[in-house]
Design a protein around this ligand. Structure first.
Ligand code: GTP
Ligand code: SPV
Ligand code: MN
Length: 597
């Protein structure tokens, strides 16, 4: 008979039910203590799923390799299971709940035989904050437990907060046989339940992250009148010491982590600018009693993209991941440290690649392509508290006030470096018509442009037309709605080279955005929105080739007309559910674009 650390009857009954289904050898309730963590790490090493790293250079850190068929979120195996198909909308895969439970039950059945079942009580958001939501994840993966301990608040204090009757999201996960044909990521928003089986990769299995904090939470947020968004949150401290907070939505692997941890370039640092990181992936935002929008990051860790992370692109992250970090699918060096494409220094002369094979620079695969040391979507899991720019307001129960919302994608053409929407409704249209080229963070053809409204296409847990309606309504409820902007760090020249240096230099654009929020400067009214007067952006010390700025801000009539066509096709799939206001914005933009030369 297992002893339970809670008197929550429904929770105990649910754990017992899952245990009867999955048939583990034993059940362990996670308390979040240091001793427990040490024990799990030891067992993980003995079991082969964790490789301990160099204890001098990377203390408390481990490497984990996932199955090579299991290295990114699998959107085609991800479902919203609601009674009515329409509730899921054309933006989601849908399965009837009864059928979904049955299909998954067949895979879960006996899947934990010979294994331990862990029960992880976790809180998304500071324990007890009005923003926060509690979940309990059942899993047979120690890797999941250890990651959840970094990414969320876990254990005894959460059970205490839950009490004997508290609501929680029921999250069930099993690795099962890691067969991609027997992999399902199922969400039952009407039952506050998530079932994930057959995967061991991040976003598919750390159920507090995309599954709860976005898919389930977006559904709850609509009902409860708040926002659950795929956004970073950062504070920009100006020379007077005042901090303005912004939230920004970019699709997966499009620069949220880089921007959130930005270190000001020399000139702006001298002026007195400083950046504070609140979050790099998820924002929960509520209208407070002052009529403004306030945000918390429900997570306590970063699950960041490794390739390209170095002391130039992200010095704060390089500092953060020196200890207590779990690396997934990176290259192991002979000295027990790790490496990835775009890391600091020269590539090692040899190592073990992300699939566990011997690796040397210059190796070519059978298709003539270089063999990668690290998978392009390899990641690290690391505590925010270790980040040099971590905000001192991370634990604030009511979060931080948001002055600006920024949308942005990876566009070689069309979108200029930055523009501002005319008003909230237009801003919602700008977010709803976002597009980006596909990255390695999800399966599918890389580089293909797809529309990804508010960077939420893979994460909105209900009909996106209703989601747009929700965004429009929220604007009306706010007394001081944030201004909405659009940025594009990824515009390229004729040769496909990025025109904008990006990374820390992006602060120059954020300075313009914050100044606009403060009403300090005016701007040019253009067909797509307000664009900067170039003298209002601080380009000091930035060597841009002649003509670059012109190219970064150029509005090409043909490109915009093509984009309008693509927007129309995208909107049409929502049929009569699409809010009329968005069609009005569409027509108005078309009219204005026709005046471009
Ligand atoms: P998820 O964690 O997947 O949600 O993504 P993210 O938005 O946090 O992505 P991240 O910041 O890790 O993006 C990494 C990718 O964006 C890498 O390929 C970087 O090289 C690229 N990147 C980030 N910032 C910039 C920039 O300012 N300019 C350019 N050109 N590339 C950038
Ligand atoms: C993303 O893909 O947007 C991520 C990584 O942040 S995952 O948690 O796997 O979704
Ligand atoms: Mn993300």
């Amino acid at each position: 008979m297992t002893r339970h650390p809670t008197h929550h009857k429904k929770l105990i009954e649910w754990v017992e039910k899952c245990s009867r289904l999955c048939e583990p050898d034993d059940v362990v309730w996670i308390d979040g203590s240091a001793e427990e963590k040490a024990r799990l790490e030891k067992e993980g090493v003995a079991g082969g799923e964790l490789i301990p790293l160099n204890s001098d250079k990377l203390p408390g850190s481990f490497l984990h390799r996932t199955n090579p068929n299991d290295v990114a979120r699998t959107e085609h195996l991800t479902y919203i299971c609601t009674r009515e198909k329409e509730s899921a909308g054309p933006n989601n895969n849908w399965m009837e709940p009864k059928e979904a439970y049955q299909k998954a039950r067949d895979i879960f059945k006996g899947s934990m035989k010979g294994r331990t079942m862990y029960v992880i009580p976790f809180s998304m958001g500071p324990v007890g904050s009005p923003f926060s939501k509690i979940g309990v994840e059942i899993t047979d993966s120690r890797y999941v437990v250890l990651n959840m301990e970094i990414m969320t608040r876990v254990g005894a204090e959460v059970l205490k907060q839950l009490g004997t009757e508290g609501e929680f999201t029921h999250c069930l996960h099993s690795l099962a046989d890691l067969d991609i044909n027997r992999r399902l990521i199922l969400h039952f928003p009407e039952d506050n339940t998530i079932w994930s089986v057959g995967s061991g990769y991040g976003g598919n299995v750390l159920l507090g992250k995309k599954c709860l904090s976005l898919r389930i939470a977006s559904y709850q947020a609509k009902k409860e009148k708040w926002f659950a968004e795929h956004m970073l949150i950062m504070g920009i401290e100006d020379p007077s010491g005042r901090i303005r907070y912004i939230a920004a939505a970019f699709p997966s692997a499009c620069g949220k982590t880089n921007l959130a941890l930005l270190v000001p370039p020399e000139g702006l640092k001298k002026k007195g600018y400083r950046v504070w990181t609140v979050g790099d992936d998820i924002a929960w935002m509520r209208i407070d009693t002052d009529g403004a929008l306030w945000a918390v990051n429900p997570e306590t860790g970063f699950f960041g993209v490794a390739p390209g992370t170095n002391s130039k692109s992200n010095p704060n992250m390089v500092e953060t991941i020196r200890k207590n970090t779990i690396y997934t699918n990176v290259l192991l060096k002979p000295d027990g440290t790790v490496w990835w494409e775009g890391a600091d220094g020269e590539p090692p002369t040899r190592g073990i690649d992300w699939q566990g094979n011997p690796w040397k620079p210059g190796m070519i695969d059978k298709d003539g392509k270089p063999v990668l040391g690290a998978h392009p979507n390899s990641r690290f899991t690391t505590p925010i508290s270790q980040c040099p720019s971590a905000s001192f307001r991370l634990e604030q129960p009511h979060g931080v006030p948001i002055s600006a919302i920024i949308f942005g994608g990876r566009r070689q053409h069309v979108a200029p470096l930055v523009y501002e929407s005319f008003n909230w409704q237009h801003g919602v249209f700008v977010g709803a018509t976002m597009a980006s080229e596909r990255t390695a963070a999800q399966y599918g053809k890389q580089g293909e442009v797809r529309r990804d409204p508010m960077a939420m296409l893979p994460f909105c847990g209900y009909n996106m037309a209703e989601y747009f309606r929700h965004w429009l309504d929220m604007g009306k409820r706010m007394k001081k709605a944030p201004k909405i902007f659009h940025v594009n760090w990824f515009r390229t020249d004729e040769k496909g080279k990025f025109l904008w240096p990006g990374y820390c230099e992006n602060l120059r654009i954020l300075e313009w955005i914050v100044d606009r929020c403060d009403g300090k400067i005016d701007a040019q009214k253009c067909p797509i929105g307000y664009m900067p007067k170039l003298e209002n952006i601080d380009f000091t010390g930035l060597p841009l080739a002649a003509g670059t700025l012109e190219k970064l801000f150029r509005l090409d009539k043909k490109n915009w007309n093509d984009d309008l066509e693509s927007i129309k096709e995208f909107f049409k799939q929502f049929k009569k559910d699409l809010p009329e206001e968005l069609w009005q914005e569409y027509e108005a933009l078309k009219e204005r674009v026709s005046t471009l030369k």
